[in-house]
Design a protein around this ligand. Sequence first.
Ligand code: SF4
Ligand code: SF4
Length: 455
Amino acid sequence: MGRINATPTGKGYTLAKTFQGGVHLADHKEQTASQPIKKAPDPQRVIIPLSQHVGSPASANVLVGDSVKIGQKIGQAQGFISCPIHSSIAGKVVSIQSSPHPAGASSLAIIIENDGTNALDEGIKPKGDLSILSADEIKAIVKEAGIVGMGGAAFPTHIKLSPPLKNKIDAFILNCAECEPYLTCDYRLLLERTDEVIYGMRALMKALGVKKGCIGIEDNKPEAIKLLKALPEKDKDIEVVVLKTKYPQGAEKQLIKAILNREVPLGKLPLHIGVVVNNVGTAYATACALKQGLPLIKRIVTVAGSGVAHPQNLEVKLGTTFAEVIQECGGSNEGVEKVIMGGPMMGIAQATLDVPVIKGTSGILLLNKDELALEEANPCIKCGRCVDNCPMGHLPLYLGTYGEREIWEKCAELGALDCVECGSCTYLCPAGRPLVQIIKLAKQKIIAEQKKKKK
Ligand code: SF4
Ligand code: SF4
């Protein structure tokens, strides 16, 4: 497992060259990077959507009026790609209804009023030491705990841990790039809960049968790099790979290219080239599931942007509303133009603050006008910046043009489905063209057309 084109930096580590393209962004991480994680108070009421993951929504297995405990399963996974859902507080189910969802539109959610007892579900018990658990047992624990990719993708982790037999996995990467501006939740987890993160990483490696793992981290996190480099001798089967700070370094395909010099072919997944990538928060959640028996009912959320009175990282129970989280950070300042879940490049704009924190909520950003990209779109001036910097080597200007004309088959021919939706093209476009938004729409149309043809 070798690094590529490593060069000395004089900082005590070698710097791996990174992927082609991408952009250098002002990272704004100074707002929260130096502040320890603070635990948010338990909410009086939680809104827990049955869909917090890629795949089929869970189905409720509680009724209105039922009493539930912390960690109790309240939603059963449905189908192959799905995840169970658990209660983050103890209390009474007061409603099961359609509620605004932070990923857009509405979805069915279980509303629970806190009874103040903090009663823990009887099933919440340590699952045994990692040395005695088998790979299959780890996968089953991860599945039952409802763990998903916590960098924002929310893909069920147990599926990643169970690739088809023909796809032999020989490389595991812990994604510590956290390349989106403002976000520092992974960085703080790494600094403050290092042992748990590494324990979780080892568990994921054991589940996959991978002997050696890599931690990919950008060079704008020197404290975390120092800490990881000082891991005890027993952790020497884990290599720390320092990467250039460049967006989207944390995208799976770019991370794999930079660390392993392997390319995921168009239309394929990392597993097709023997690699599994997991996020820091996912490794931490795995450690909590094994060591404490705790399902995924809370997470670290970066609350930042000029619109937040006291930006910080909060440990929040899932189901807490954005409004309560922001209140816990001293409320909002004047001039907030946009509230985003996630990072500013790939995050999702919010229409209301009455949406809950879900498994994929890495950040809540309150941004003012100066922090936002140009809204007004003008004709393309053929400057070529989008082409020069697309990390996937696409031609975003033509994807945008065909997309605007709704010629979806041309978008498909130009590889729209392999766009990683990083938003670099939109960010760089001097004409303010909403390229990534058009490409996302094109992807939906192409997939819908493919499904229609299959039928
Ligand atoms: S076309 Fe897709 S992958 Fe390329 S820069 Fe735009 S959003 Fe990123
Ligand atoms: S960056 Fe914008 S203006 Fe420049 S070529 Fe691409 S679409 Fe056209």
